[in-house]
Design a protein around this ligand. Sequence first.
Ligand code: SAM
Length: 461
Amino acid sequence: MGENFINREYIEKLLEDAKCADTAVISRALDKAENGEALSHSDVAALLATDNSGHIKRIFEIAGKIKKRIYGNRIVMFAPLYVSDYCVNRCAYCSFNNGHDFERNKLTMDDIRQEVKILEMMGHKRLAIEAGEHEGQCPIDYILECIKTIYDMKFENGEIRRVNVNIAATTTENYRKLKEAKIGTYILFQETYHEPTYDKVHLSGPKKDFDWHLNAFDRAQDAGIDDVGGGVLFGLYDPYFEVMGLLLHNEHLEKKYNTGFHTISVPRICPAAGMKIEGFPHLVDDDTFMKIVAIIRIAVPFTGMILSTRESHDMRKKLLQLGISQISAGSSTETGGYAKQNKKTTPQFFVNDDRSAIDIISELMDDGYIPSFCTACYRGGRTGDRFMSLAKSGQIGNVCLPNALMTLCEYSMDYGDDAFRKKSDALIEKEIPHIANETIRQKTIENVQKIRSGEGRDFFV
Ligand code: SAM
């Protein structure tokens, strides 16, 4: 049995005490955040507790400033790839749950190539493999084969350069195999840090074991995977408790492995076949959700924040301003959902933002963002604490910005029409002067020229 570093009574007491936090306490916490000082647990709890509109306005402003300072206006793009919906678990919120009767699918390697071809035609360079837990249908060797097939599949100029993996908690030995297969981030959502709720919503199956799930990142780190991505499924329990749980988990990993979460995902529960969303008593409304995203941004400034198409177009626009640094686009949550080869497929949940990838990418540029297809840190070996030291050094602008611009240039040449290219070229010209380092700036100008003239591609700092 692993450690349980989530002290429930401690979190409950923090949240209870925070209800009495006065304006002076909250303003002090906000001043600390504004000055780049680390927040204490009680500071974060106080921010969560406030519903004063003046405080919330300031929380949003500070989160926006932190995001701009650390991430600039870059937004990293990705898409999920569902490979198998067979599952032995009975999770009350998920349509793949073992008690739900539907026609299940698992992709063959040919199916995977079909799916990846479509994702490459959308311009994606970064995927997240998603699968239910099923030792018989979806053993680790199958996942490893999927990863190899994805990395090997090249369609025209397309290629997947980083495969993140979101599969059930597994053994150290299996994590070692995933590391050898060159995965990017290992992503796993704790779903809820509140153990009684965890027990209630996980009706049966290996996932029911709270400690096994909670200690998955320790096993992954022990196996050498130093980019791990956490998250909770908002809607299962008190969202403030979950935010404190995320922070304690992050601190546990920082203390033990010198690296906390590489990313935090903020999925909110969506309607799905085989479940009734009304049955979940802790659904999070939009205003609370925005406050939570902004507070996570403030509490862990250097951790990437991922938002999926579970959120609507409008919410995504708002949340991008408050701290989100990575979004999915053109997503399908069905096994075989991109190629749809006459099979009956069932989504894991229904997405809200169903616009095409290029529409999403184009709108990001209209809104002043730089869509980035960068995978350089992972490919250059800047993972774990090496990534964090880069982020904390303030050098991110000299690395991520040129990489974002060069990958956007590649994208526009490969997948954009004339109007798109005109828009992205203007954005690239506008942004290049912001690369502070003279040598890197000159090199970026040269590389962009080479990409445009077809002389070269796939450059990164
Ligand atoms: N089977 C793996 C596991 O157990 O961790 C992979 C997870 S699954 C493919 C990805 C995530 O989707 C889950 O961790 C869960 O948080 C989320 N999810 C499941 N049902 C959902 C729903 N109805 N709405 C939104 N997200 C959901």
